[in-house]
Design a protein around this ligand. Structure first.
Ligand SMILES: C[S@@+](CC[C@H](N)C(=O)[O-])C[C@H]1O[C@@H](n2cnc3c(N)ncnc32)[C@H](O)[C@@H]1O
Length: 186
């Protein structure tokens, strides 16, 4: 799902190139309005019913959606109990969100409609309906700029309604998301 027809064209080209054309449906929609108030796909969009999806992933989108908490709720609503949500995006370092480097990135990217906010990962890790199974932050170069920005990867599983939240199965730590990624100096 994406708002942008141009991005969907790129996605379709990649899907076809990978030989997955028969398996993947690209849907032009806004995550914030894709389902109506009764939980049905809006305007006949070719989307699955809420509460039925095994895996939802979201890559570098949340920072572009000002009502990001609403977008996260919509992604969680799509998941079946026990389903997995996986996100990768920019953030401000959760251990020092007000360091000058993090504030500089926040200001710089906001000029381009990309809003860094450590509340995204705080929300993900503290939700009552999700249990964190992976969380890592690492810094990496931003292509074509001298900037170094913080990225995170997060995965979690949906907790069935009415069930107690189990203890976190993953001990969060600052770990590079790839073996050769730069580590934080703490
Ligand atoms: C930085 S691009 C990432 C594209 C792709 N997910 C990737 O990782 O290559 C962010 C995308 O989020 C989409 N987007 C922003 N707000 C959205 C919304 N409310 N609903 C659906 N897509 C949205 C934009 O159209 C854009 O294609």
């Amino acid at each position: 799902m994406d708002l942008s027809p141009d991005l969907l064209e790129m996605a379709k080209t990649r899907v076809e190139g990978l030989g997955l054309g028969d398996l993947v449906v690209c849907v032009e929609a806004d995550i914030l309005t894709a389902y109506d108030k009764n939980g049905k796909p809006a305007q006949g969009l070719d989307l699955p019913p809420l509460g039925t999806v095994d895996v939802v992933t979201c890559s570098y989108c949340l920072t572009m959606i000002p009502p990001w908490a609403q977008a996260l709720d919509a992604m969680v609503a799509l998941l079946a109990d026990g389903g997995t949500l996986g996100l990768v995006d920019f953030t401000k370092r959760s251990d020092k969100p007000n360091a000058w480097s993090q504030l500089l990135n926040q200001w710089w990217f906001a000029n381009d409609g990309v809003y860094f906010d450590e509340a995204h990962t705080t929300n993900l890790r503290s939700r009552d309906d999700m249990i964190t199974t992976w969380f890592a932050e690492a810094e990496g170069n931003v292509p074509y700029t001298p900037l170094v920005a913080t990225h995170y990867t997060w995965t979690g599983k949906k907790i069935p309604k009415g069930s107690a939240k189990p203890c976190e199965v993953f001990t969060p730590k600052y770990a590079p998301s790839a073996p050769d990624a730069p580590r934080y100096v703490r």
